[in-house]
Design a protein. Structure first.
Length: 497
């Protein structure tokens, strides 16, 4: 092998074996191989070159620069050029026979190298090496990734206004539906039209919510709204069954309702009675009570069920006084409209009762059962005997404490109860009663204490003296009529004169 120059450029003459008896010489035109190798580059910095067993560079894309224009007659070796870094990979290939190798140049850049032996090169022992920086293999991928990322950003930027518009349309419809369902849950009336949308599912949901609103508004006329709200708030299961708990119960009734309405116009009876129930129900609910049911002209209300109310006795007493005030205002309106007044009598009692759903699987009623319910109803009826408007049990008076002004009425032994107990008249709230009312209660308790000790002339004299001061007091008149009817006649005569 030798190196020479000629008119065609740099040439390497090789001696190649041809069979057993002869040698064939061949020339490598370096300028031609240089151009060929340049055209075959895998990456911008990739190099394909030809070398022999002595690590001579026989062909290289940059052979001209490696050898220079002045030829010394020797062929450069790898270690004499900037290709020295590949020697380590070549030695590893020769040692283990693995043609694909990785190596780092002096700057630390990672290269991939592949080597092949030209089998027909004979004694020249020619090999081909392809060396390329690893990072340049990924350059196009990274470039494409950048372009894809930019395209994705452009697409997202283009879609944001469209998505925002569609989201606004959807959110507006969904927000309207959410507000509508909240109103339905609170049983608030609404006249809003059904929610429509270009999206079929939301349009169907809007029609369903509108139908649910209509049904709820219809059935809320038949079921106490506050009761349903409490059941939903407390999570009370909609199934038959109940629990035992302390409650306060209120029963109210209209005096002589049958006589008032039996010959009246039925339409007006329903209108005025509905106004009465509306006013009474409003006061009960505003004082944390639940209207359980309307029974003819009577009302049954519950405190401390289904929702917990630790001050249920206090709230019930406040509601009873509010009912009396609302009744007086309503009666004034009825009189102006030439309709008979609805005077209301009320009974209150606190005690244990079974509360829950009673009825059948397809028709339930949330209510309270037990002796407590019966006693509250009886107290309402006893108002007629004593001429009072609000009677309460001793159990309720003890729970309400000093927040209200009570006065003793009697000691009764209702049928079905083992022991007799005291009943009281609820007069007013302690901070709202006038001085005359407070004085009446104080003086009456002195008289009642004498009566409770047993019939005696002294007790009758105190009772007569009390009636002389308060001749229209119905409770005092009841007791004097029971103990001394003749005495009541004398008092009536004296009052008439």
């Amino acid at each position: 092998m030798f190196f020479a120059t000629g008119k065609e450029g740099y040439t390497v003459r090789l001696a190649l074996e041809q069979g057993r008896n002869g040698v064939v010489a061949g020339d490598l035109l370096l300028d031609a191989t240089q151009e060929l190798l340049k055209r075959e580059q895998l990456t911008p910095s990739a190099v394909a070159f030809l070398f022999d067993d002595d690590d001579h560079i026989l062909a290289h894309p940059n052979m001209t620069e490696i050898m220079g224009r002045e030829v010394s007659g020797t062929i450069p070796r790898l270690r004499e050029t900037d290709m020295a870094g590949v020697l380590k990979a070549i030695r590893a290939w020769r040692a283990d026979g693995i043609s694909e190798q990785f190596f780092r140049d002096p700057t630390g850049r990672l290269y991939a190298a592949a080597f092949w032996t030209i089998l027909n090169s004979g004694a020249a022992a020619l090999h081909v090496a392809v060396v390329a920086p690893v990072d340049e293999f990924f350059a196009s991928i990274l470039s494409e990734r950048g372009r894809l990322f930019a395209a994705a950003l452009a697409f997202v930027g283009l879609m944001i206004p469209i998505v925002y518009f569609l989201g606004s349309v959807l959110s507006r419809s969904l927000r309207t539906l959410a507000e509508e369902t909240d109103r339905i849950q609170r049983f608030e009336p609404s006249v809003a039209p059904p929610t429509h949308s270009i999206i079929r599912e939301i349009d169907d949901l809007g029609r369903s919510v509108s139908t649910m609103r209509t049904m709820t508004q219809t059935f809320s006329r038949f079921v106490p709204r506050r009761l349903v709200e409490r059941l939903i708030e407390t999570g009370t299961p909609m199934q038959l069954g109940g629990t035992r708990r302390e409650v306060t119960l209120l029963f109210s009734d209209v005096v002589n309702f049958t006589e008032i309405t039996e010959k009246a116009d039925p339409t007006k009876v329903m209108q005025y009675t509905s106004r009465y129930f509306a006013a009474m129900s409003r006061e009960i609910m505003s004082h944390s009570g639940t209207v359980d049911k309307f029974i003819g002209d009577a009302i049954m209300a519950i405190w401390n069920a289904p929702a917990d109310d630790p001050d249920h006795a206090i709230h019930a007493c406040a509601a009873a006084l509010a009912l009396r005030r609302a009744n007086e205002q309503l009666d004034a309106e009825f009189e102006r409209e030439e309709w008979p007044v609805y005077r209301t009598r009320i009974g209150l009692h606190t005690g244990e009762a079974v509360v829950g759903n009673i009825g059948s699987e397809d028709r339930m009623n949330y209510t309270a059962l037990g002796a407590t319910v019966n006693l509250a109803a009886r107290l309402e009826g006893l108002n007629k005997s004593y001429g009072t408007s609000i009677l309460v049990s001793s159990a309720l008076k003890e729970r309400a404490g000093a927040r209200f002004c009570f006065r003793s009425v009697d000691r009764i032994s209702p049928k079905g109860f083992a022991e007799a107990f005291e009943i009281y008249e609820l007069r007013c709230a302690s901070d709202e009663g006038d001085a005359r009312d407070v004085e009446l209660c104080r003086e009456w308790e002195v008289v009642y204490a004498a009566l409770r000790d047993g019939p005696s002339a002294a007790a009758e004299n105190k009772l007569a003296a009390f009636l002389a001061r308060y001749p229209s007091d119905s409770v005092a008149r009841y007791h004097i009529a029971r103990s001394s009817p003749a005495k009541l006649g004398e008092i009536n005569s004296a009052a008439g004169s």
